[in-house]
Design a protein around this ligand. Structure first.
Ligand SMILES: Nc1ncnc2c1ncn2[C@@H]1O[C@H](COP(=O)(O)OP(=O)(O)O)[C@@H](O)[C@H]1O
Ligand SMILES: [Mg+2]
Length: 362
């Protein structure tokens, strides 16, 4: 059953330097209880796309068009602010990279969760507090009856992220959007938080949109993956296809730059040369052509559209190269003599699944 259907979403901001086209015509679908990974380098429009689902880009003087259809609520872009507020925090909740930006430093964690609960449910403070303690326990905070009275600074980074997740769960969402939920955390804690999200998603049948710049993060968790570049989706497919038969040269670059568990975290194995284009003036033709090792002169003139890969209706790619050419190039890359070929990088880069959540077991 389709829970969320985003159709031709476009978001632009008027700035002093001109129009920033942050999201430029993306479409995707998410079924109930499924996980979609949205992956791309910094600046590709992931956060703006995610915030739009909650109607939060409206507040920033942005121009938004397209449709965001959410089961039972129609087009979220057409809702009034009051109706939207009823959806936000209830059916759809969001967690961010930096829990400190969402937790007020001067209020106890429990009090903030109580407030979140009471914002959406007509219940007493005492009952909401019981629920807050329950939620803190659910997300693996040890001794929740005591920790409920802690201030955010008294919790570790990982525990603050757990508290954020508890707050997000307070409205019993059917859709959780997690925007780089582990980017600020060290590798071990990152794996624990991903394991927690994965467990909650399964147990509660939530749909999850997991936004990250790191393909390694979604490797084990996502059912489907959408790769974003310069405000557009350039490849979308079931996760296993993205890792076994990726079609876009940009995706190949992302695969090769997955950090390993052993290596220094922010050090890329092989960063994609060049940098993403300015959203003020994206290049003509294929937006990736200035960085693409396989670009032909014509790619600077023709804009590719997202088309199904032959024989793979679920796998779509926006690339002007011939399918056969892409297959050959990927096979060459994969079989290349480099010691850190993509599969090997991948084998050491998938922290999510095998790690059990230790605080849960405790
Ligand atoms: N409020 C805003 N005003 C102007 N530009 C913005 C605003 N928010 C985001 N942008 C721009 O939109 C682009 C996409 O940003 P973002 O969605 O945050 O990327 P990502 O999350 O993929 O790193 C960036 O170029 C960013 O600078
Ligand atoms: Mg972002």
């Amino acid at each position: 059953m389709t829970l969320l259907r985003v159709e031709d979403l476009r978001v632009s901001f008027a700035t002093e330097d001109g129009t920033v086209q942050a999201v430029d015509g993306i479409s995707y679908e998410l079924q109930r209880g499924r996980t979609l990974g949205i992956v791309g380098e910094s600046g590709s429009g992931k956060t703006v796309a995610a915030l739009s689902v909650l109607g939060l880009t409206r507040l920033e003087g942005a121009t938004v068009s397209g449709h965001i259809r959410f089961e039972g609520r129609g087009d979220l872009l057409a809702l009034g602010e009051r109706e939207l507020r009823a959806v936000r925090g209830n059916e759809i909740a969001m967690i961010f990279q930096d829990p400190l930006s969402a937790l007020h430093p001067l209020y106890r964690v429990g009090a903030q969760i109580v407030e979140a609960i009471r914002a959406h449910r007509n219940t007493t403070k005492a009952k909401a507090r019981v629920r807050a303690i329950e939620l803190l326990g659910l997300v693996g905070i040890p001794d929740p009856a005591r920790r409920v009275d802690a201030y955010p600074h008294e919790l570790s980074g990982g525990q603050r992220q757990r508290a954020m997740i508890a707050m997000a769960l307070s409205g019993d969402p059917t859709l959780l959007i997690a925007d780089e939920p582990t980017t600020a955390l060290d590798v071990t804690v990152q794996a624990q938080i991903l394991a927690l999200l994965s467990r909650l998603q399964r147990e509660r049948g939530m749909a999850l949109v997991l936004v990250t710049h790191d393909l390694g993060v979604v490797a084990e968790m996502a059912d489907d993956i959408a790769v974003m570049y310069a405000g557009q989706i350039v490849e979308s497919a079931p996760a296993e296809r993205v890792f076994s038969a990726p079609e876009h040269p940009y995706t190949w670059g992302l695969l090769r730059s997955i950090p390993t568990l052993n290596g220094p975290r922010e050090e890329l194995l092989e960063p994609i040369p060049g940098s993403p284009p300015s959203p003020l003036a994206p290049p003509p033709g294929c937006r990736f052509h200035p960085r693409c090792p396989y670009a032909e002169p014509e790619h600077a003139r023709t804009e590719p559209s997202l088309e199904p890969v032959p024989g793979q209706p679920e796998h779509r790619v926006a690339c002007l190269l011939e399918h056969q050419t892409r297959r050959r190039l990927w096979q060459e890359l994969r079989d290349g003599s480099r010691g850190d070929a993509p599969e090997q990088a991948l084998a050491t880069a998938t922290p999510a699944a095998p790690v059990e959540d230790p605080e849960r077991a405790a």
